[in-house]
Design a protein around this ligand. Structure first.
Ligand code: MN
Length: 136
């Protein structure tokens, strides 16, 4: 069994650490990027199995980074999970339009998050969209 590689794109170091710890505990190999350009460089150098993308990044935002990943033939198959602090329906629609496979609102339900990652990496390639909302 191969170890799946996940790239976390998140400018907030505390959120990045949380995501890293969650995914490492599940046995995934984790890469990290704090900016869009850094993320694109890593993705192009060696496509990961999945990308966790904060949509609110300084400079190039997560939607633009996702579009760039989806525009490249060598990386467009990589599923992108969008993370956003703004849980508005219009943002969700924008995330799917940009090519994201799933959308998670912060603060996120960590159990649901790891389940979603496992599902997206699993043998069953789902074509649908999954939405997780943790708003009470
Ligand atoms: Mn951010």
């Amino acid at each position: 069994m191969t170890t799946e590689k996940i790239l976390i794109v998140e400018d907030n170091p505390i959120n990045r650490e949380l995501l890293r710890d969650l995914l490492r505990a599940r046995g995934y190999k984790v890469w990290e990027a704090a900016t869009g350009p850094e993320a694109l460089r890593l993705v192009k150098a060696s496509p990961p199995d999945l990308v966790v993308m904060d949509l609110q990044l300084p400079g190039i935002d997560g939607l633009a980074v996702t579009r760039a990943i989806k525009a490249e033939a060598t990386t467009r198959h990589v599923p992108v999970v969008a993370l956003t602090a703004h849980a508005r329906k219009s943002d969700e629609a924008k995330a799917y339009e940009a090519g994201c496979s799933a959308y998670i609102a912060k603060p996120m339900d960590t159990r649901a998050f790891v389940r979603l990652v496992a599902t997206l990496l699993g043998p069953q390639e789902g074509g649908g969209h999954e939405t997780i909302s943790t708003q009470a």
